[in-house]
Write a protein that binds this ligand. Sequence first.
Ligand code: PGA
Length: 258
Amino acid sequence: MNSDLEHHRKIIIAANWKMNILPSESKALAIASTDTEWPEFIEVIICPPFTHLPLLQSLVADRIHLGAQNCHENQAGAFTGEISAPMIKDLHCDYVILGHSERREIQANENLESRILSAIHCGLKVIYCCGESISHREANTANEFIRMQLQHDLFNLPEEILKNIVIAYEPVWAIGTGKHAIPQEAQKMHAFIRAVLSEKFQVEDIEKLTLIYGGSVNSSNVDGFSGIPEIDGVLVGGASLKPQEFKSIIQSFAKNKM
Ligand code: PGA
């Protein structure tokens, strides 16, 4: 593995199925997409819709981790239509995605901090998403915007949360558009995110934090990302619904992080 990065940071490859695939199709897709080898330092996570989670539980023992795509900030109560972190945990999930830009559009930043705390409180790890919109990119204010997101969502949380968070840098303009960030741009943003976090958290904890990229990653561009030491994995949407694509993405990280 890359010199001093050995066992330093976990590599995460997460599939975000969003609102796709029927429950009855989910097990076959999960099996086909992960029908390949990967070394221990890589964690492969499947994040299907809530309805599919019970059907995928049996795969968890086979080195695949399960994640949900959101959770409520309360552990239980009169919240019709919501799903709580303990419910997700009870279905053998290890992860929950929080702050995805598609959720932020519906939910704004509402209670993100409480949702992160609620998830971590019951033993889940959080894949926390941040990223600038096209207007921030064009106005050259992406850094300021991301600093604001990190300060707002994470800076009031206790130091220990860093052990249970994976940060996904997902520029909104790259999600589902086929226009991925240039890997070197993502690399710069990852360095910037670590620098912002160091204003609040301990450097040793930030060093261990897994920071992944998301936005139109596929088999043809993944080598650009997996070859960069600062990029510790990817959050994959569209390409995670195609088994061959997702397997190639796993294989690229397995090869380039050795
Ligand atoms: P995409 O989605 O790979 O389809 O761009 C990524 C995401 O939304 O996490």
